[in-house]
Design a protein around this ligand. Structure first.
Ligand SMILES: Nc1ncnc2c1ncn2[C@@H]1O[C@H](COP(=O)(O)OP(=O)(O)OP(=O)(O)O)[C@@H](O)[C@H]1O
Length: 300
C-alpha cells in the first residue's frame, strides 16, 4: 500500500505540558483515518506538526515517499484546521476564486467542488449569509480545489446542528469514495465509527490503539455467570484455555473470552464437569465500552 504519511516517535512539549508523546502511526492511501481522543489529548497539535504550523520537540514525520521537502509535499494536502474564514462581503464563488489565485491553481474546479459540497446553487450568495454548516462546506470545497491526495479536517462537525453534521459526514464519505485519503480529528466515537475505516486513539498525547475501526470491536465478548459453587466455577474457567480475565462482583462472575465460544458449549463443558449454572448471559462490549476501557487505561 502506498504511504501518504508516516509519523515516527513524535513528541511535542509546551513547557511542562507534553501534548504529544512518542506518537507513531502510518496513513495509507485510500483509507479514512480518525484521530480519536478526548479534549486536550493532542489531536490538533499532531495535525499542526505534520502541517508545519507547530514545531515538534522530537521524532519525525515523512510525507509521501519522503523524497520532497515538507513544503512541496504540503501542496498535495488539503487541510482545514481552523474555523472557516472567508471574506464576508464576497460570494462563495468569489472567495474560491481568490483561493485559486493564492494557491496558484486553475479556477476551473470551482463549480465541481461547490457541487460536491452542495453549494452550487448558493455560489453567488455572500459568505456572511451562510450558516455555520455552509461555511464549513465551503471550507471543504476550498481545500479540495487542487485535488489533494489527502484531506485533513480538525473536528469537522464541531458546533453544527444534526442536519449540518449529517451533511458534512456524507460529504466526507463521498470524497473518500472518490479515492481521496482522509485524516480527521474528532473527540466523538460515534463520528469516527460512522465515517472512518481506521482509527488512532490517543489520550494525553499517547497512542492507545491504532488499526481498523472494525477490529476495535473484534473482542470475543464475555459471559456473566452465577452458580451455587462459585469457587468451582472459577477453577473450571481458570483452567480453560478460552478464558482470560475473570472478574468477581458479588455472586456474579464475569469471564472474558480470548477466543470465540458460544453459550451452549460453555454450558455443556461446565455441566460435564459437575457444575450447574443458575445464570448464563453472553455479552459483547459495545464499541463505546471498549473505547472507554481503552481511554481509562492510563490514570488521569
Ligand atoms: N500553544 C500552546 N501552548 C501551550 N500549551 C498548548 C498549546 N497548544 C496546545 N497546548 C496543550 O497541549 C495539550 C494538547 O492540546 P491539543 O489542542 O493538541 O489537544 P486536542 O486533542 O486537539 O484537544 P481539543 O479537541 O480540545 O482541541 C493540551 O494540554 C493543551 O492545553
Amino acid at each position: 500500500m502506498e504511504k501518504i504519511l508516516q509519523i515516527n516517535n513524535l513528541t511535542k512539549k509546551f513547557g511542562p505540558v507534553t501534548a504529544v508523546k512518542d506518537l507513531s502511526f502510518t496513513i495509507e492511501k485510500g483509507n479514512v483515518y480518525g484521530i480519536l481522543g478526548p479534549n486536550g489529548s493532542g489531536k490538533s497539535t499532531t495535525l499542526g506538526i505534520v502541517l508545519n504550523v507547530v514545531n515538534k520537540t522530537s521524532g519525525d514525520f515523512q510525507w509521501f515517499d519522503g523524497q520532497q521537502s515538507t513544503h512541496e509535499a504540503l501542496k498535495k494536502v488539503g487541510a482545514i484546521i481552523e474555523r472557516p474564514n472567508f471574506y464576508p462581503y464576497m460570494t462563495a464563488a468569489q472567495n474560491l476564486n481568490l483561493v485559486c489565485k493564492i494557491k496558484d491553481v486553475s479556477p476551473e474546479k470551482i463549480e465541481e467542488k461547490l457541487e460536491l459540497v452542495g453549494l452550487l446553487e448558493r455560489k453567488d450568495s455572500k459568505f456572511r449569509t451562510f450558516s455555520l454548516g455552509m461555511k464549513q462546506r465551503l471550507a471543504i470545497a476550498s481545500a479540495l480545489l487542487n485535488d489533494p491526495e489527502i484531506l485533513i479536517l480538525d473536528e469537522p462537525t464541531n458546533g453544527l446542528d444534526p442536519q449540518g453534521i449529517h451533511q458534512i459526514r456524507s460529504i466526507i464519505t463521498k470524497i473518500a469514495s472518490d479515492g481521496t485519503t482522509i485524516l480527521l480529528a474528532s473527540h466523538l466515537l460515534d463520528e469516527v465509527e460512522k465515517v472512518c475505516s481506521h482509527v488512532v486513539i490517543i489520550r494525553k498525547g499517547e497512542k492507545l490503539y491504532s488499526g481498523p475501526v472494525d477490529q476495535l470491536n473484534a473482542s470475543h465478548g464475555f459471559f456473566e455467570l452465577k452458580a451455587n459453587d462459585q469457587e468451582k466455577l472459577k477453577a473450571l474457567l481458570e483452567s480453560h484455555p478460552s478464558f482470560g480475565k475473570l472478574v468477581e462482583k458479588g455472586d456474579c462472575l464475569t469471564a472474558f473470552l480470548t477466543e470465540p465460544m458460544d453459550a451452549e458449549t460453555l454450558n455443556t463443558y461446565l455441566f460435564d464437569n459437575g457444575l450447574v449454572l443458575s445464570q448464563l448471559i453472553k455479552r459483547k462490549e459495545s464499541l463505546e465500552e471498549q473505547f472507554l476501557q481503552l481511554t481509562n487505561q492510563i490514570s488521569a
